[in-house]
Ligand binder design. Structure first.
Ligand SMILES: O=C(O)c1cc(=O)[nH]c(=O)n1[C@@H]1O[C@H](COP(=O)(O)O)[C@@H](O)[C@H]1O
Length: 285
């Protein structure tokens, strides 16, 4: 188990390789374009090709759990093997599982993803705060104990997110997204050592000026900001800059299908990845 907390490990990787997370999303259409079958074997090959092509140059991978789960036990075994191979090679992972439940059940989710040696052990996991950020406390605590991280949904990249995430409290006029950020930052203050917090937010690269409109101020936030929506959902450098402004906070631009579109050859994947890194660096510098 690493002795350094997740936020610091991620910051070191971003410094070395650039502010990009590559999503490992074996969609049926991506599998077909790689001439892979829509099967557990197909998703396994897809994930391992991504690792072979990009493992030595990417800050972090984000496998999308659902796209493995839909292939049943064999798909989940492929996910566990992919996570294990990443650990062995020292490649960081965020398991995109978007879990969230009452505290007692949350303990079980946290154990599944944050216990050293667990089949689905990852460096970080995506979590949903719909039951309250406080309901995720067992995950924050186990993460702190095992130097893991978590990314909590705040302003998601999909247009439907706004109708809930932009809502404002009748008590103190704070928006849902800003409240999530505030409560996650409290956990960074209490549980993360070092300059970079291990608890981040998901803020889509597609959300335009929403953060400013809902009072979400990144200057007070020490954790990483995962920004999906780059590439296939339409966000590029201009959109990333619009969301995060300057000076940019600790952002991790995330792209899945647009990087996979460069495959299946390693050179094509590497080109698509390098293009994304250049664009993200330009936007965030
Ligand atoms: O948590 C996420 O990663 C996530 C949050 C969000 O707000 N929007 C979003 O698209 N995602 C995930 O990020 C990935 C986006 O994939 P692409 O659109 O192909 O780059 C998918 O796996 C989504 O589930």
């Amino acid at each position: 188990m690493s002795k350094t907390n997740f936020g610091e490990r991620l910051a070191a990787k971003v410094e070395e390789f650039g502010p990009v997370c590559v999503g490992v999303d074996p969609h049926p259409a991506s599998l077909a374009s790689w001439q892979l079958s829509d099967s557990a074997e197909g998703v396994r090959n897809f994930a391992f090709e991504m690792l072979n092509a990009l493992g030595d140059r990417v800050a972090i991978f984000k496998p999308q759990a659902a796209l493995f789960e839909r292939h049943g036990v064999a798909g989940m075994t492929a996910l566990a093997d992919f996570l294990g191979a990443c650990r062995e090679e020292g490649v960081l992972t965020i398991l995109d599982a978007k879990r969230g439940d009452i505290g007692s059940t949350m303990t079980a989710y946290a154990q599944a993803f944050m216990t050293p040696g667990a089949d689905f052990e990852a460096d970080a996991v995506t979590l949903s705060p719909f039951l309250g950020v406080g309901s995720l406390q067992p995950a924050f605590e186990l993460a702190a104990e095992n130097n893991k991280g978590a990314f909590i949904l705040a302003l998601t990249s999909n247009p439907e997110g706004a109708s809930i995430q932009h809502c404002v409290s009748a008590v103190d006029s704070v928006s849902v997204a800003a409240r999530v950020a505030q409560e996650v930052q409290e956990r960074n203050n209490l549980l993360s050592e070092g300059a970079h917090g291990s608890f981040g937010l998901v803020v889509g690269a597609t959300v335009g000026d929403a953060a400013r409109r809902v009072g979400l101020d990144f200057s007070d936030f020490t954790g990483p900001l995962l920004a999906p929506g780059v590439g296939a959902q339409g966000a590029g450098g201009k959109e990333i800059r619009e969301v995060f402004g300057t000076p940019a906070p600790f952002v991790l631009a995330s792209a899945s299908r647009s990087v996979a579109a460069g495959g299946p050859q390693a050179t094509g994947l590497q080109e698509a990845f390098s293009k994304t890194v250049l664009e993200a660096k330009g936007a965030l510098s």
